[in-house]
Design a binder for this molecule. Structure first.
Ligand code: MN
Ligand code: MN
Length: 410
Protein backbone atom coordinates (compact mmCIF):
# COMPACT_ATOMS: atom_id res chain seq x y z
CA UNK A 1 0.00 0.00 0.00
CA UNK A 2 1.12 3.51 -0.62
CA UNK A 3 0.09 6.38 1.60
CA UNK A 4 -3.25 8.07 1.13
CA UNK A 5 -1.87 11.59 0.69
CA UNK A 6 -0.14 10.47 -2.50
CA UNK A 7 -3.38 8.97 -3.75
CA UNK A 8 -5.07 12.34 -3.21
CA UNK A 9 -2.37 14.01 -5.29
CA UNK A 10 -3.06 11.64 -8.17
CA UNK A 11 -6.83 11.92 -7.93
CA UNK A 12 -6.63 15.69 -7.79
CA UNK A 13 -4.11 15.97 -10.59
CA UNK A 14 -6.60 17.82 -12.80
CA UNK A 15 -6.83 20.75 -10.41
CA UNK A 16 -3.62 22.70 -9.94
CA UNK A 17 -5.00 24.45 -6.87
CA UNK A 18 -5.82 21.17 -5.18
CA UNK A 19 -2.35 19.88 -6.00
CA UNK A 20 -0.85 22.75 -4.08
CA UNK A 21 -3.02 22.09 -1.07
CA UNK A 22 -2.40 18.37 -0.95
CA UNK A 23 1.35 18.40 -1.46
CA UNK A 24 1.60 20.73 1.52
CA UNK A 25 2.17 24.45 1.99
CA UNK A 26 5.82 23.71 2.77
CA UNK A 27 6.22 22.30 -0.73
CA UNK A 28 4.95 25.39 -2.55
CA UNK A 29 7.13 27.93 -4.29
CA UNK A 30 6.41 30.82 -6.61
CA UNK A 31 4.68 28.57 -9.15
CA UNK A 32 1.16 27.54 -8.15
CA UNK A 33 1.16 24.57 -10.46
CA UNK A 34 4.56 23.05 -9.66
CA UNK A 35 4.51 19.63 -8.02
CA UNK A 36 7.27 19.49 -5.41
CA UNK A 37 9.57 16.58 -4.60
CA UNK A 38 8.03 16.05 -1.19
CA UNK A 39 5.92 12.90 -0.85
CA UNK A 40 4.68 13.91 2.60
CA UNK A 41 5.59 16.83 4.84
CA UNK A 42 8.97 16.17 6.41
CA UNK A 43 10.21 14.12 3.45
CA UNK A 44 12.12 15.52 0.50
CA UNK A 45 11.87 19.29 0.00
CA UNK A 46 10.99 22.01 -2.42
CA UNK A 47 12.64 22.44 -5.81
CA UNK A 48 13.58 26.13 -5.92
CA UNK A 49 15.89 25.65 -8.90
CA UNK A 50 15.08 24.92 -12.55
CA UNK A 51 12.13 22.62 -13.18
CA UNK A 52 9.64 21.58 -15.83
CA UNK A 53 6.20 21.64 -14.16
CA UNK A 54 4.42 20.03 -17.11
CA UNK A 55 6.70 16.99 -17.16
CA UNK A 56 6.64 16.76 -13.37
CA UNK A 57 2.85 16.61 -13.33
CA UNK A 58 2.89 13.98 -16.06
CA UNK A 59 5.32 11.85 -14.04
CA UNK A 60 4.22 12.17 -10.41
CA UNK A 61 5.70 8.76 -9.54
CA UNK A 62 9.13 9.84 -10.77
CA UNK A 63 9.13 13.08 -8.75
CA UNK A 64 7.45 11.53 -5.70
CA UNK A 65 8.10 7.80 -5.89
CA UNK A 66 6.04 5.55 -3.62
CA UNK A 67 8.13 4.76 -0.56
CA UNK A 68 8.12 1.13 -1.69
CA UNK A 69 10.38 2.11 -4.63
CA UNK A 70 14.03 1.24 -4.11
CA UNK A 71 17.27 0.76 -6.01
CA UNK A 72 18.48 1.63 -9.48
CA UNK A 73 16.31 -0.09 -12.08
CA UNK A 74 16.99 1.09 -15.63
CA UNK A 75 14.61 3.49 -17.33
CA UNK A 76 11.45 1.63 -18.44
CA UNK A 77 9.59 4.39 -20.27
CA UNK A 78 10.09 6.38 -23.46
CA UNK A 79 7.52 8.54 -25.20
CA UNK A 80 7.04 8.76 -28.95
CA UNK A 81 6.63 12.49 -28.24
CA UNK A 82 10.40 12.50 -27.56
CA UNK A 83 11.31 10.56 -30.72
CA UNK A 84 12.64 12.23 -33.86
CA UNK A 85 9.99 12.47 -36.61
CA UNK A 86 11.14 11.71 -40.14
CA UNK A 87 8.80 13.62 -42.46
CA UNK A 88 8.40 12.64 -46.11
CA UNK A 89 5.99 13.48 -48.95
CA UNK A 90 3.59 10.62 -48.09
CA UNK A 91 3.57 10.83 -44.29
CA UNK A 92 5.92 10.48 -41.34
CA UNK A 93 7.58 7.93 -39.05
CA UNK A 94 9.29 7.79 -35.66
CA UNK A 95 10.90 4.93 -33.78
CA UNK A 96 11.74 3.75 -30.28
CA UNK A 97 14.51 1.18 -30.39
CA UNK A 98 17.26 0.16 -27.96
CA UNK A 99 19.00 3.40 -28.92
CA UNK A 100 16.13 5.39 -27.33
CA UNK A 101 15.12 2.89 -24.62
CA UNK A 102 18.36 1.11 -23.74
CA UNK A 103 16.76 -1.82 -21.90
CA UNK A 104 14.63 -2.91 -24.90
CA UNK A 105 16.97 -5.44 -26.50
CA UNK A 106 14.27 -7.82 -27.74
CA UNK A 107 11.74 -5.46 -29.36
CA UNK A 108 11.74 -2.13 -31.21
CA UNK A 109 8.71 -0.07 -32.21
CA UNK A 110 7.77 2.36 -34.96
CA UNK A 111 4.81 4.76 -35.11
CA UNK A 112 3.94 5.67 -38.71
CA UNK A 113 1.43 7.88 -40.47
CA UNK A 114 0.58 7.43 -44.16
CA UNK A 115 -1.59 10.11 -45.76
CA UNK A 116 -4.36 9.00 -48.14
CA UNK A 117 -2.49 7.35 -51.01
CA UNK A 118 0.87 7.61 -49.20
CA UNK A 119 3.03 4.51 -49.66
CA UNK A 120 5.61 2.90 -47.41
CA UNK A 121 7.85 1.71 -50.22
CA UNK A 122 8.12 -1.98 -51.18
CA UNK A 123 10.85 -3.32 -48.89
CA UNK A 124 11.98 -6.12 -46.60
CA UNK A 125 14.10 -6.50 -43.48
CA UNK A 126 15.77 -9.13 -41.32
CA UNK A 127 13.31 -8.66 -38.43
CA UNK A 128 9.72 -9.90 -38.43
CA UNK A 129 7.14 -7.08 -38.42
CA UNK A 130 3.96 -7.09 -36.30
CA UNK A 131 1.51 -4.19 -36.58
CA UNK A 132 -1.57 -2.77 -34.87
CA UNK A 133 -3.73 -0.27 -36.79
CA UNK A 134 -4.45 2.80 -34.63
CA UNK A 135 -6.38 4.98 -37.08
CA UNK A 136 -7.84 4.82 -40.58
CA UNK A 137 -7.28 2.16 -43.19
CA UNK A 138 -4.38 0.73 -45.17
CA UNK A 139 -3.77 -1.73 -47.98
CA UNK A 140 -0.93 -4.14 -47.33
CA UNK A 141 0.79 -6.40 -49.86
CA UNK A 142 3.37 -9.21 -49.66
CA UNK A 143 4.49 -12.44 -51.27
CA UNK A 144 6.15 -15.46 -49.67
CA UNK A 145 9.15 -17.52 -50.79
CA UNK A 146 6.87 -20.00 -52.60
CA UNK A 147 5.47 -17.25 -54.84
CA UNK A 148 2.15 -17.08 -53.02
CA UNK A 149 0.40 -13.74 -52.80
CA UNK A 150 -1.13 -11.59 -50.09
CA UNK A 151 -3.13 -8.35 -50.43
CA UNK A 152 -5.57 -7.08 -47.79
CA UNK A 153 -7.19 -3.92 -46.46
CA UNK A 154 -6.86 -3.38 -42.71
CA UNK A 155 -8.61 -0.98 -40.31
CA UNK A 156 -8.54 0.03 -36.65
CA UNK A 157 -7.75 -2.88 -34.34
CA UNK A 158 -6.48 -5.10 -37.16
CA UNK A 159 -3.02 -6.66 -37.05
CA UNK A 160 -0.54 -7.80 -39.62
CA UNK A 161 2.59 -9.91 -39.34
CA UNK A 162 5.27 -10.25 -41.99
CA UNK A 163 7.83 -12.95 -41.18
CA UNK A 164 11.53 -12.16 -41.36
CA UNK A 165 12.70 -11.29 -44.90
CA UNK A 166 9.20 -11.24 -46.48
CA UNK A 167 8.83 -8.29 -48.91
CA UNK A 168 5.87 -5.99 -48.29
CA UNK A 169 4.28 -2.56 -48.73
CA UNK A 170 1.73 -0.42 -46.89
CA UNK A 171 -0.48 2.26 -48.44
CA UNK A 172 -2.88 4.71 -46.79
CA UNK A 173 -6.44 4.50 -48.15
CA UNK A 174 -9.20 7.09 -48.52
CA UNK A 175 -10.51 9.16 -46.92
CA UNK A 176 -7.62 10.05 -44.59
CA UNK A 177 -4.92 7.40 -44.79
CA UNK A 178 -3.84 5.68 -41.58
CA UNK A 179 -1.62 5.61 -38.51
CA UNK A 180 -0.23 2.41 -37.03
CA UNK A 181 2.22 0.88 -34.58
CA UNK A 182 4.91 -1.48 -35.87
CA UNK A 183 6.68 -3.90 -33.55
CA UNK A 184 9.91 -5.67 -34.58
CA UNK A 185 11.37 -8.72 -32.88
CA UNK A 186 14.77 -7.09 -32.25
CA UNK A 187 15.61 -3.97 -30.25
CA UNK A 188 18.36 -3.16 -32.75
CA UNK A 189 15.93 -2.68 -35.65
CA UNK A 190 16.36 0.56 -37.61
CA UNK A 191 13.51 1.77 -39.83
CA UNK A 192 16.08 3.81 -41.76
CA UNK A 193 18.06 0.76 -42.84
CA UNK A 194 15.55 -1.55 -44.49
CA UNK A 195 16.04 -3.11 -47.94
CA UNK A 196 14.27 -0.74 -50.35
CA UNK A 197 13.22 -1.52 -53.93
CA UNK A 198 14.43 1.83 -55.32
CA UNK A 199 17.71 1.65 -53.38
CA UNK A 200 18.63 -1.76 -54.83
CA UNK A 201 17.81 -0.67 -58.39
CA UNK A 202 20.10 2.34 -57.91
CA UNK A 203 22.98 0.07 -56.89
CA UNK A 204 22.94 -2.53 -59.65
CA UNK A 205 24.75 -1.81 -62.98
CA UNK A 206 22.30 -1.13 -65.83
CA UNK A 207 23.60 -4.04 -67.89
CA UNK A 208 23.01 -6.42 -64.99
CA UNK A 209 19.45 -5.09 -64.57
CA UNK A 210 18.92 -5.50 -68.34
CA UNK A 211 20.20 -9.08 -68.25
CA UNK A 212 18.14 -9.93 -65.14
CA UNK A 213 14.84 -8.75 -66.66
CA UNK A 214 15.65 -9.64 -70.29
CA UNK A 215 15.31 -6.05 -71.57
CA UNK A 216 17.57 -3.20 -72.79
CA UNK A 217 19.97 -1.07 -70.69
CA UNK A 218 18.11 2.08 -71.75
CA UNK A 219 14.95 0.79 -70.08
CA UNK A 220 16.57 1.71 -66.76
CA UNK A 221 17.65 5.27 -67.57
CA UNK A 222 14.92 6.95 -65.50
CA UNK A 223 15.17 5.26 -62.11
CA UNK A 224 13.91 7.31 -59.15
CA UNK A 225 16.20 8.72 -56.50
CA UNK A 226 15.71 6.47 -53.42
CA UNK A 227 15.51 9.67 -51.34
CA UNK A 228 12.19 10.42 -53.11
CA UNK A 229 10.66 7.10 -52.10
CA UNK A 230 10.66 5.41 -48.64
CA UNK A 231 7.36 7.13 -47.66
CA UNK A 232 6.03 8.87 -50.73
CA UNK A 233 2.93 10.51 -52.10
CA UNK A 234 0.71 8.60 -54.55
CA UNK A 235 -2.96 8.35 -55.53
CA UNK A 236 -5.13 6.25 -53.23
CA UNK A 237 -6.07 2.98 -54.93
CA UNK A 238 -9.66 1.92 -55.68
CA UNK A 239 -11.49 -0.89 -53.90
CA UNK A 240 -9.73 -4.21 -53.50
CA UNK A 241 -10.79 -6.14 -56.61
CA UNK A 242 -11.07 -9.86 -57.32
CA UNK A 243 -7.80 -9.59 -59.32
CA UNK A 244 -5.85 -8.71 -56.17
CA UNK A 245 -4.05 -12.04 -56.21
CA UNK A 246 -2.60 -11.44 -59.70
CA UNK A 247 -3.08 -15.07 -60.68
CA UNK A 248 -1.00 -16.50 -57.82
CA UNK A 249 -2.33 -18.72 -55.01
CA UNK A 250 -2.86 -16.97 -51.65
CA UNK A 251 -0.42 -17.42 -48.76
CA UNK A 252 -1.59 -20.45 -46.71
CA UNK A 253 -1.62 -18.50 -43.41
CA UNK A 254 -3.03 -14.98 -43.56
CA UNK A 255 -0.62 -12.16 -42.75
CA UNK A 256 -3.53 -10.15 -41.21
CA UNK A 257 -5.82 -10.70 -38.22
CA UNK A 258 -8.78 -8.88 -36.66
CA UNK A 259 -7.75 -8.53 -33.01
CA UNK A 260 -10.73 -6.37 -31.97
CA UNK A 261 -13.12 -9.02 -33.33
CA UNK A 262 -11.79 -11.51 -30.76
CA UNK A 263 -14.09 -12.12 -27.80
CA UNK A 264 -12.28 -10.64 -24.78
CA UNK A 265 -11.73 -12.03 -21.31
CA UNK A 266 -14.06 -9.73 -19.37
CA UNK A 267 -14.05 -8.68 -15.72
CA UNK A 268 -15.99 -5.97 -13.91
CA UNK A 269 -13.07 -3.57 -14.42
CA UNK A 270 -11.80 -4.31 -17.89
CA UNK A 271 -11.05 -6.64 -20.76
CA UNK A 272 -8.09 -8.55 -22.18
CA UNK A 273 -7.72 -9.88 -25.73
CA UNK A 274 -4.81 -12.24 -26.30
CA UNK A 275 -3.42 -12.81 -29.79
CA UNK A 276 -0.57 -15.25 -30.29
CA UNK A 277 0.20 -18.01 -32.78
CA UNK A 278 -2.69 -20.11 -31.39
CA UNK A 279 -5.19 -17.71 -33.03
CA UNK A 280 -2.92 -15.85 -35.52
CA UNK A 281 -0.78 -18.78 -36.72
CA UNK A 282 1.70 -16.83 -38.84
CA UNK A 283 2.74 -14.66 -35.86
CA UNK A 284 5.55 -16.93 -34.68
CA UNK A 285 7.75 -14.36 -32.92
CA UNK A 286 5.31 -11.80 -31.45
CA UNK A 287 2.55 -12.53 -28.94
CA UNK A 288 0.31 -9.70 -27.77
CA UNK A 289 -2.47 -8.67 -25.43
CA UNK A 290 -4.79 -5.68 -25.76
CA UNK A 291 -5.80 -4.58 -22.28
CA UNK A 292 -8.58 -2.20 -21.25
CA UNK A 293 -8.79 -1.02 -17.64
CA UNK A 294 -11.65 1.15 -16.40
CA UNK A 295 -10.99 4.08 -14.04
CA UNK A 296 -9.92 2.79 -10.63
CA UNK A 297 -9.05 -0.63 -12.07
CA UNK A 298 -5.75 -2.49 -11.95
CA UNK A 299 -4.06 -4.97 -14.27
CA UNK A 300 -3.30 -7.36 -11.43
CA UNK A 301 0.11 -8.19 -9.93
CA UNK A 302 1.67 -10.72 -12.29
CA UNK A 303 4.74 -11.67 -14.30
CA UNK A 304 5.59 -13.42 -17.55
CA UNK A 305 7.56 -16.69 -17.63
CA UNK A 306 8.74 -16.47 -21.23
CA UNK A 307 9.85 -13.00 -22.35
CA UNK A 308 10.33 -9.26 -21.77
CA UNK A 309 7.17 -7.15 -22.16
CA UNK A 310 7.12 -4.15 -24.54
CA UNK A 311 4.07 -1.94 -24.04
CA UNK A 312 2.36 0.75 -26.06
CA UNK A 313 -0.20 3.03 -24.41
CA UNK A 314 -3.09 3.84 -26.78
CA UNK A 315 -5.20 6.00 -24.48
CA UNK A 316 -5.76 6.99 -20.87
CA UNK A 317 -3.30 7.40 -18.01
CA UNK A 318 -1.53 4.77 -15.95
CA UNK A 319 1.25 4.00 -13.60
CA UNK A 320 3.22 0.78 -13.54
CA UNK A 321 5.15 -0.58 -10.59
CA UNK A 322 7.91 -3.07 -11.42
CA UNK A 323 9.54 -5.40 -8.88
CA UNK A 324 13.01 -6.50 -9.96
CA UNK A 325 13.98 -8.87 -7.08
CA UNK A 326 16.90 -8.07 -4.71
CA UNK A 327 14.82 -5.40 -2.96
CA UNK A 328 14.51 -3.29 -6.10
CA UNK A 329 11.33 -1.66 -7.41
CA UNK A 330 10.46 1.39 -9.52
CA UNK A 331 7.30 3.12 -10.63
CA UNK A 332 6.67 4.87 -13.96
CA UNK A 333 3.78 6.94 -15.31
CA UNK A 334 2.28 6.52 -18.79
CA UNK A 335 -0.08 8.25 -21.18
CA UNK A 336 -1.10 7.92 -24.84
CA UNK A 337 1.90 7.47 -27.13
CA UNK A 338 4.24 6.13 -24.43
CA UNK A 339 6.22 2.92 -24.59
CA UNK A 340 6.80 0.90 -21.42
CA UNK A 341 9.08 -2.06 -20.79
CA UNK A 342 9.19 -4.88 -18.26
CA UNK A 343 12.37 -6.97 -18.28
CA UNK A 344 11.89 -10.76 -18.33
CA UNK A 345 10.21 -12.26 -15.24
CA UNK A 346 9.91 -9.03 -13.23
CA UNK A 347 6.67 -8.69 -11.21
CA UNK A 348 4.44 -5.76 -12.14
CA UNK A 349 1.02 -4.10 -12.06
CA UNK A 350 -0.56 -1.41 -14.23
CA UNK A 351 -3.08 0.91 -12.56
CA UNK A 352 -5.51 3.25 -14.30
CA UNK A 353 -4.75 6.65 -12.71
CA UNK A 354 -6.99 8.64 -15.06
CA UNK A 355 -10.69 9.39 -15.36
CA UNK A 356 -11.19 7.53 -18.66
CA UNK A 357 -10.63 4.00 -19.94
CA UNK A 358 -6.97 2.99 -20.10
CA UNK A 359 -6.09 1.02 -23.23
CA UNK A 360 -2.66 -0.46 -23.89
CA UNK A 361 -0.89 -3.25 -25.76
CA UNK A 362 1.51 -5.79 -24.23
CA UNK A 363 3.92 -7.42 -26.70
CA UNK A 364 6.31 -10.32 -26.22
CA UNK A 365 8.98 -11.84 -28.42
CA UNK A 366 7.40 -15.29 -28.29
CA UNK A 367 4.99 -17.52 -30.19
CA UNK A 368 2.74 -17.77 -27.12
CA UNK A 369 1.30 -15.50 -24.46
CA UNK A 370 1.70 -16.47 -20.82
CA UNK A 371 1.39 -14.78 -17.46
CA UNK A 372 1.49 -15.88 -13.84
CA UNK A 373 -0.90 -14.33 -11.35
CA UNK A 374 0.33 -13.63 -7.82
CA UNK A 375 -3.24 -14.04 -6.54
CA UNK A 376 -3.77 -17.40 -8.28
CA UNK A 377 -0.35 -18.69 -7.19
CA UNK A 378 -1.17 -17.93 -3.56
CA UNK A 379 -4.69 -19.39 -3.88
CA UNK A 380 -3.25 -22.66 -5.22
CA UNK A 381 -0.57 -22.96 -2.52
CA UNK A 382 -1.43 -24.97 0.64
CA UNK A 383 -2.68 -22.32 3.10
CA UNK A 384 -0.43 -23.40 6.00
CA UNK A 385 2.63 -23.27 3.76
CA UNK A 386 1.64 -19.80 2.59
CA UNK A 387 0.98 -18.63 6.15
CA UNK A 388 4.39 -19.89 7.24
CA UNK A 389 5.93 -17.41 4.78
CA UNK A 390 3.80 -14.34 5.09
CA UNK A 391 1.31 -13.90 7.90
CA UNK A 392 -1.89 -12.87 6.25
CA UNK A 393 -5.18 -11.80 7.75
CA UNK A 394 -7.99 -14.33 7.27
CA UNK A 395 -9.73 -11.72 5.09
CA UNK A 396 -6.83 -11.93 2.64
CA UNK A 397 -6.75 -15.74 2.76
CA UNK A 398 -10.48 -15.92 2.01
CA UNK A 399 -10.20 -13.42 -0.84
CA UNK A 400 -7.57 -15.39 -2.77
CA UNK A 401 -8.89 -16.48 -6.19
CA UNK A 402 -8.18 -19.80 -7.84
CA UNK A 403 -9.41 -18.38 -11.15
CA UNK A 404 -7.19 -15.77 -12.76
CA UNK A 405 -8.65 -12.25 -12.82
CA UNK A 406 -6.41 -10.19 -15.12
CA UNK A 407 -8.11 -6.87 -14.37
CA UNK A 408 -9.37 -6.13 -10.83
CA UNK A 409 -11.68 -5.35 -9.02
CA UNK A 410 -13.19 -8.62 -10.23
MN1 MN B 1 8.47 -3.27 -42.94
MN1 MN C 1 2.46 -7.90 -17.99
Amino acid sequence: MYDTSRRSVLVGAAGAGLLGMVSGASAQTSSDTALQPSRVPGTGGTDPGPQDPIRSRQNPDILNPPKTDSGTLPNLRFSFADAHVRQESGGWTRQITERELGVSKSIAGVNMRLNAGGIRELHWHKEAEWAYMLYGQARITAIDAQGRNFVDDVGVGDLWYFPSGIPHSIQGLNPDGCEFLLVFDSGGFDEDSTFLLSDWFKHVPEDVLAKNFGVQNADFSHLPDPKERYIFKASAPGPLGPDSLLGAPPVPQSFSHKMLAQKPIKTKSGTVRITDSSVFPVSKTIAAALVEVEPGGLRELHWHPNADEWQFYIEGEARMGVFASSGQARTFDFRAGDVGYVPFAMGHYVENTGKTTLRFLEMFKSDYYADLSLDQWMALTPPDLLQAHITLDQNVMRALRKQKVPVVPA
